[in-house]
Structures are given as C-alpha cells and as structure tokens.
Write a protein that binds this ligand. Sequence first.
Ligand SMILES: [Zn+2]
Length: 400
Amino acid sequence: MLNWSIRAKQHLLKAGSKLIRYKNPTLIEGKGSVGQLAVQMQKWNLQHVFIVTDERLLELRLLDSLLSSLQEAGIRYTIFDQVQQNPTIENVEAARKMYIENKCDSIIAFGGGSPMDCAKIAAARVSNPEIAITKMKGYFKVRKKIPPLYAVPTTAGTGSEATIAAVITDPARQEKFAISDVKLTPKIAVLDPELTIGLPPHITAATGMDVLTHAIESFIGVFSTPYTEDLSKKAVRIVFQHLEHVYHNGEDIKAREEMLRASYYAGMAFTRASIGYVHAIAHQFGGLYHIPHGLANAIVLPYILEYYGETIEEELAELAIAAEIHEASESSAALAVKFIKRIKQMNKQMNIPNIVSSLKEEDIPLIAQRALMEANHSYPVPKIMNKKDCEMIIKKMLPN
Ligand SMILES: [Zn+2]
C-alpha cells in the first residue's frame, strides 16, 4: 500500500472514531474493594451471575472474597473456569452454552486478558444468537446490547476492563481477530490491588510494560486527543514511578493499586486512540513463538521508538516531563533520548531481554509482512514504515 493511501485511510478512521460514543465503566477501587461489587449488583436486582475465569485463579483461591460477598448478597453464581490462554471460538461457545443452561442474568470477567476476552464475546453471543462470532469481526457488529458485564482484572496490564475490544482465535483459519463495539465496555471495573499481590515478578514486569506500551502508542499516534493524551501521561508517570519498585516489592499494596490505575488509564487511552507498530510486531511474536504479549511489547518498544526518531521527539519529551525524569535545561531531543534510555534500563532491571531468543532469521520477511499488514490497515502510526525498515528492525532482535 502506498503511504498516501494509508494516510487517507487513517483520516477516514479518525473521522469515524470521533463519532463513537465511548462510555467509561464505573470504578470500584481500593484494597478489598471486590467485596463491594455484589452490593452494587444487588441494587440492580440481579439473581444469578455467570463468572468467567481460569482454573489457576480458582486454585489460588483468588475468587474467595468475591464468592462469599455474592452469597451474602443472596446472588447465585455459576463459574466457568475453562478459559484458555488465548480463547478460541469453541471456548467462548462453551461459556455461552453454560450461561444459557443456568439461566444467568449477568457476567463477571475475573482474571487477566483471556477471561476478559472470553466473557465479552460470550456476552455478545448470549444476546445476539443469530450472529456468528466470525461475523462480529471488526467494528460495531454486536447488534443487541449485552447482559450486565463486570470486569475484575487480576493483572495490571491489558486494560481490557476499560476497552471496547475483545480478541479471539479462530483455529480453523489460524487467525486471531478483534471484535470492537462500545457495547462490550464493562459496566463496572473493580480495581482491587489485593488480587494482584501474588503475581510473580516476571508477570508484573511484562504486564506493566504492556501498560507502558498502550500509553505510549496511543500518545504518539495521530488519533490522540487532549483527553487521551492526559490519560497516557498519567499512565506513563505511574509506570515510571512504580513498576520497577513493585517488581522488587510485590507486596506493596499502594504501588499495586497505582499500577492497576495506570492499566485502566492506558486502557481508556488506547481504546480511543489505538496502538501501533510495537503491538503489530509483538502480535506476530505471540502468534509464531508464543511469546507472552507484554514481554513481546517490552522487547519491541525501544526499537520502534528509536526508528521513529525525530518524528516523535516532541511527544517523547512531553512524556519524559510527565514521568518527571527531566531537568529544566534539557532540549526536546535530549529528553526523547533520555526517555528511551530509561525504558531500556527498566527492561534490564526487570530481566527483560533485548532480543527474542526463538526468533529465526528466515521468519523475518513473514513477520514484517504480517506486522505491516496489521498496522498499515488500522493503526494511526506517526510515521509509516516500509517492509525493508521493518525487517531491519526485527533483525536487531535476533539472538546473538
Ligand atoms: Zn497490549
């Protein structure tokens, strides 16, 4: 695709995105706040909630306080704990079947990105039985509104509790695609730091860098607005101030709370202003080598920021100021360099490598092709990349 036609497409998308009436979920936040969700649900007279989660979280007894508060409020529940790592169509349909069989009237998505995706799409199917999942691909294909959906994130990363999107895998076509509709925005998001206390350091690091990537990509893209820029800056500041600390001190409830908030802010920003090449390349590493999403983003992020160079100097300088790593006399160019350097340091401190150990040289053309296909069709990137540049960047991530 030619650069001008990519830009033309971006302008159209931007015009379209301005018409979307986004809604923010109501927030319930603070230590132990998950217990308050049942009280809210009781006010709406809900009788039987469907909880979408994974087995591991149940085994870790992470759901205990939610379940006892539901019991106290007299709300029955059915648990679907079979969410897969990357939910497939079959997986979502199994959840939907169980919801219907048990005559549930509401849904709680409890966990990381996968339970959120599964719950959102199962909810869409419950109220739209005539629309197959593959037909919901893209934007605004969810016709009827979904049952009340509540999101309880247990990682500070995806920001899915604030977004209009859900991702699903179609194994038949070997395809992973997104379903985006404002109807998929949760009614309430519960940010309870107690649920993230037990996260191991490497997951804290990877999911935290995902937050940073959402905040940066939404900030530097051409869809950003003063509203999303403010959210991105808040998220960047929190990540710079707390992520490394919480990596080493997982029990720090205040820092955990801050990171959940950052994830939420970044989610609100990128659901409106989208993402960019970092995600586009990281998605390919996920698909081909099963590199966790946050980790892949963390590795790719500094390379892409360096590639953009002068194009985003002013933006990165603004973020450096938001992150409070600036000194009064520094130029924008110096601040941008400092900002990228700081990201590399953070990665290093948290044992995130700067290479992809499973990356094979012969895969690079395919990775570049797919990444550009994804990004150039839908992401509002600040500078358009050609295939040769993309391959060169990926080459830098080859193991030595
Ligand atoms: Zn992400």
